[in-house]
Design a protein around this ligand. Structure first.
Ligand SMILES: *Cc1c(COP(=O)(O)O)cnc(C)c1O
Length: 414
């Protein structure tokens, strides 16, 4: 459930008509619902209430500091994948002891920054990375808490670009290499192996692959015990999917119950890293029709949002529901909704049945709260859109629209 609904025939974000927001803040515009964010976080977090756990929201889904702050105030920690995300999390007031750091390419500088901050743990993804963390930590006179990210080789049955836990993916360590990693970490002066980690992919719409991975991780933990290694944390990553179109992913409650059942008595603190399931349906991208155009075989709605603002359709062929902000009841047409970028892959929807729209009217792409703004770029020198957070009948700008000066500022006065 989300709080983007039609009332009296017009689209609202909570209590505020979307048109009002567009008129106040301009177009294109990312609009988030704080009630939806809160509701999703609560639903997810409470699904694990029977377990000692920490929900570390995955920053890369939506990294606006105001969003991070709101979730942090509800008790969320964060899962970060870069020094930049560490900076955002800290700026938002997330306690370092609630931050876990994933990613295959952490640099020495980023490792140093995370050690200075005093994060909960590094989720290490290679033996080289373990060696580098060890050396940076020793150099700083510290001991780095680490978990090893296991690649359990399960097929998450999602889009190949967002599957991460198969043998052919770059993520994590296969079981045998991971054993070697734990031996290395156990003996290294600068490392303290305290956890195990696994994240198999994104937009998963069934529980089975999660359970398959969990069973492999649990079996592996037993092998570590035999080695005399007792861990404190088990990080099960993120990846729970959402409804964009007709998908029917399990409810977080169902997901929590299924996992909790197998985790009772394990005696480890469980970490979860949900991103999309918290943020995805908590945001929309609203935009305006600039022109319409018809050829012999195609009808186009040319809009002021483009692939630089929302790249998922172009990158993964993803579906975002698109609808009128103020429905007019016109008949359906098969249309392409396209932006102004000079690429053929620049579309928000292709061959989509939508009511025809006229110049100047507003549309919205739903489910744009995750991997929307965070993947936006300035390609074609288009300043990135503003972001607005609605709370009940009020709204506030949480990121101003970029200006032309923002485009060139880093290139001048060097
Ligand atoms: C991207 C990512 C997540 C979040 O994935 P969602 O599908 O958005 O829940 C969690 N953990 C890691 C390591 C990730 O890379």
């Amino acid at each position: 459930m989300n709080h983007f609904q039609y009332r009296d025939g017009v689209l609202h974000a909570e209590e505020v008509p979307v048109r009002t927001l567009l008129e106040e803040y301009g177009s294109p515009l990312y609009i988030y619902s704080s009630a939806t964010f809160r509701r999703h976080f609560k639903a997810f977090d409470s699904a694990f209430e029977g377990l000692d756990h920490l929900t570390c929201y995955s920053v890369k889904a939506n990294s606006n500091v105001h969003i991070l702050k709101m979730l942090g105030e509800m008790g969320a920690g964060t899962d970060i994948v870069s020094g930049g995300e560490l900076h955002r999390a800290m700026a938002a007031g997330i306690k370092p002891e609630k931050i876990v750091y994933s990613g295959v390419a952490k640099t020495a500088l980023e490792i140093r920054q995370a050690l200075s901050a005093g994060i909960l743990m590094f989720n290490a993804e290679s033996l080289d990375e373990l060696r580098l963390i060890d050396s940076v930590a020793r150099d700083m006179g510290k001991v780095a808490p680490v978990a090893l990210r296991i690649n359990p080789d399960v097929d998450p049955q999602t889009h190949p670009y967002i599957s991460t836990g198969m043998k052919k993916n770059k993520f994590g360590l296969d079981m045998e290499t991971a054993l070697e990693g734990y031996r290395l970490a156990k003996d290294a002066e600068g490392l303290n192996p305290i956890g195990i980690d696994c994240h198999i992919g994104s937009q998963l719409t069934s529980i089975a692959p999660f359970l398959e991975a969990l069973d492999k991780v649990l079996a592996f933990v037993e092998r570590l015990k035999e080695m005399g290694l007792e861990l404190s944390y088990m990080d099960l990553g993120g990846g729970l999917g959402i409804t964009y179109d007709e998908e029917e992913p399990p409810h977080p409650k169902e997901f929590g119950q299924a996992l909790s059942e197998r985790l009772k008595g394990v005696g480890l603190k469980i970490i979860l890293e949900p991103g999309r399931v918290i943020a995805g349906n908590a945001g929309i991208l609203a935009f305006q029709v600039i022109y319409t155009k018809e050829s012999e075989i195609k009808k186009f709605l040319i809009v002021d949002a483009a692939m630089n603002d929302l790249v998922r359709p172009s990158l993964y062929g993803s579906y975002h529901r698109i609808a009128e902000v103020e429905p007019k009841g016109r008949p359906m047409e098969t249309v392409d909704v396209v932006g102004g970028i000079c690429e053929t892959t620049d579309f928000l929807a292709s061959d989509r049945d939508l009511p025809w729209a006229e110049q100047g009217e507003y549309l919205a792409a739903f489910s744009a709260g995750a991997y929307g703004f965070t993947m936006a770029s300035q390609y074609n020198s288009r300043p990135r859109p503003a972001e607005v957070l609605v709370d009940g009948d009020s709204s506030r700008l949480i990121r101003r629209r970029e200006t032309y000066q923002d485009l060139i500022a880093p290139e001048t006065n060097l």
